[in-house]
Design a protein around this ligand. Structure first.
Ligand code: PMT
Length: 235
């Protein structure tokens, strides 16, 4: 019999970009392809977990056995995340959520003006989905919270800060400035960090995963995650 360490677990994963509309024909977004999040969903389902995949607009097939929910904007993703997190054991935020959206979405197409070379957009902050889930679901209903950190410099320092500030149980840091890895690529490398429960209280657990396919990396991330989860359950 094959080991099914995730059997009985419900895992919610966000993946892909969000799109923040400016007018009926334009939006702000980013280069996330969804590949990393979909690889995690596929790997978790293969381990026997019940998987909910909250997906931004991507052009990927739904991995078999995965429950996919399509969303467009950060606000839509937030709504789905808050609902599904309440029934999940693990929440993984792999989506590249837009930090800001247009303060006002124009009802009609924004017209080019003849008398000015500048167009000013006012943006307002989107909800920090993963931080909200980590905060509001404290107690028995709070899932084990895993975030990602996409950084272009000082990867470990920024990731440590996000781990603490967002109140997460684990963070998967990736350097998105490296050629052939990160956004849109088929390969990725990651540094996993988690608060360690040892005597010092301050020390962080740490595991570096070298560049490899997103499929094998996803399995390695889940392996570490399930180990942490087991430890958390044991304490
Ligand atoms: O999709 P791919 O092309 O495969 O690329 C994969 C990836 C590079 C997008 C992925 O590996 C990754 O790093 N995802 C997180 C991207 C990101 O937006 O990171 P961040 O450092 O800005 O956000 C930190 C964490 O907070 C993330 O878990 C993010 O999902 C979450 N967040 C951020 C902003 C926000 N408003 N709400 C959030 O929940």
């Amino acid at each position: 019999d094959e080991a099914r360490p995730a059997k009985g677990l419900t895992v919610t994963i966000t993946a892909g970009p969000t799109r923040e509309p400016l007018d009926p024909v334009r939006y702000l977004s980013n280069h996330s392809s969804g590949k990393m999040g979909y690889a995690l969903a596929e790997a978790a389902a293969a381990l026997g977990a019940t998987v909910h995949l909250i997906s931004g607009p991507v052009s990927l097939a739904t991995p078999s056995g995965v429950n996919r929910l399509d969303v467009t904007s950060a606000n839509e993703m937030a709504e789905a995340a808050y609902r599904l997190a309440a029934q999940s054991d693990v929440f993984i935020g792999c989506a590249a959520v837009a930090d800001y959206r247009a303060a006002n979405v124009s009802e009609h197409k924004i017209k080019k003006t003849a008398n000015s070379d500048e167009l000013k957009l006012t943006l307002v902050k989107n909800p920090d989905i993963i931080a909200e889930v980590a905060k509001h679901r404290a107690g028995a209903l709070r899932p084990f919270m895993v975030g990602f950190a996409a950084e272009t410099r000082d990867v470990e320092a920024y990731a440590r800060d996000k781990l603490t500030r967002k109140g997460l149980d684990m963070i998967v840091a990736n350097d998105v400035s490296l050629a052939g890895l990160g956004f849109g690529a088929d390969h990725n490398a990651a540094l996993l960090l988690w608060p360690s429960a040892d005597e010092a209280g301050q020390a962080l657990g740490r595991r570096a995963l070298p560049a490899q396919s997103k499929a094998t990396l996803a399995t390695a991330i889940l392996d570490c995650l399930l180990e942490r989860l087991e430890q958390a359950d044991a304490t």
